[in-house]
Design a protein around this ligand. Structure first.
Ligand SMILES: [Mg+2]
Length: 388
């Protein structure tokens, strides 16, 4: 085994140095969710359109790597004419180039002939599960809590039919969009209806987008104790004192709902609070932190027994990127799944069956670009840089 392994690594390092990026194309594509997403506790209608900024790299040998990045075109242009070895060392993209990490990682993995998860971890993929993140406030036009609960439960059944067995419900209707008491009552009715619709064995999480306080959280957890919630996400802005209190209260009440937080612009102490056992699931954004940095953090969290679940909503292909990461980490138990279709992207190598995500063994991230469609989009509204 060892001589072969060493040979593979030497070949990989050799090839990265010899590879020169000749051409860089950038364009933003538009995709569509299967169903428009409504409001959450702090924002209005999210809609069904997802915008996806992409960069495609082509080497002098004609190898192509691509990925999501909203990098400035002048930065993208600076890649043209450079050796891939200037950006990547082993399987790690240099920190100066984190903003364009995903296209570089896709390209390097394809040259290495490996899926990203294996390129980064050197190991077989770990099991990956999805959660349906699409259950927004789609009911605000309804007067009746029963009708609202039936609507969101029907949406959960749609997710079930797409293969999901874990579901996250947006809550906090009383934070802004409804009066506090009525909104909270509706949240509770919806949690019960979704649980009834998907049965006792599926996983249910809730996400309040910081729309609650400690007392509201306790009220909802008390009134939904029979719904067996798996995690509460952003019930209020992360606060170690309040979370410690909530943990002690839960223990006294016989509850054990995990505390998930760290999305958005998190408190810089979130990592410390996870290490101290105050936060159970860390959710910093996969693009803000970066894939390689998340892998490093996730390995540390694995060693501590803390779960990982990067925020990825609204990013178009974040499901697949995060699935590749999840295949490298023990504690990334659920990948946030915000389904969207792009005419130029073939994601069919990823499938979800009974909540389990199939991770492709194809080189790179496992997504294929329709280059004719991509070229047409670049010609219409993108930019290209060619080193001559
Ligand atoms: Mg969230």
């Amino acid at each position: 085994m060892m001589p072969n392994l060493r040979l593979t690594i030497e070949l990989r390092e050799l090839s990265m140095e010899n590879v020169v990026i000749e051409r860089v194309d950038a364009v933003t594509l538009e995709g569509k969710r299967p169903r428009a997403a409504g409001s959450n506790a702090r924002l209005g209608h999210h809609g069904d359109v997802v915008r996806l900024p992409l960069v495609r790299l082509t080497t002098t040998d004609g190898v192509i790597g691509w990925g999501r990045t909203s990098v400035d075109p002048s930065v993208a242009a600076s890649l043209a004419g450079q050796s891939l070895g200037n950006f990547i060392n082993g399987s790690t993209v240099h920190p100066d180039w984190t903003a364009i990490e995903l296209p570089l990682l896709d390209l390097a993995s394809r040259i290495a002939g490996q899926p990203v998860h294996r390129f980064v971890s050197g190991s077989d993929p770990l099991p990956v599960r999805s959660y349906d993140t699409s259950l927004y406030f789609d009911d605000l036009h309804l007067d009746s809590d029963d009708e609202a609960a039936a609507l969101i439960a029907a949406e959960a059944r749609q997710g079930w039919d797409r293969g999901h067995r874990a579901f996250k419900i947006k809550v906090g209707r009383g934070a802004m969009h409804m009066p506090l008491k009525e909104g909270t009552a509706r949240d509770i009715a919806i949690i019960h209806a979704v649980r009834d619709a998907i049965g006792p064995d599926a996983t249910v999480m809730i996400d309040a987008n910081n729309g609650w306080n400690l007392n509201l959280t306790k009220q909802v957890l008390t009134e939904t104790a029979d719904a067996n919630l798996y995690w509460i996400e952003e019930v209020f802005h992360e606060d170690n004192v309040l979370y410690q209190h909530l943990k002690e209260w839960q223990a006294a009440e016989g509850l054990n709902v995990l505390i998930a937080d760290g999305e958005g612009v998190p408190d810089p102490r979130v990592g410390d609070w996870a290490r101290e056992g105050i936060i159970d699931v860390v959710q910093t954004n996969i693009y803000q932190r970066g894939f390689g940095n998340w892998h490093t953090l996730g390995e540390e969290l694995d060693a501590l027994g803390v779960q990982s679940s990067p925020h990825t909503y609204g990013s178009g292909i974040g499901n697949y990127i995060t699935s590749q990461l999840a295949a490298t980490l023990q504690g990334l138990n659920y990948v946030e799944w915000d389904e969207a279709h792009f005419d130029a992207i073939d994601a069919s190598a990823f499938t979800i069956t009974e909540g389990v995500v199939t991770i492709p063994e194809a080189p790179g991230f496992g997504l294929e670009l329709d280059h004719d469609a991509f070229n047409a989009a670049v010609a219409a509204s993108g930019v290209s840089f060619v080193h001559s």
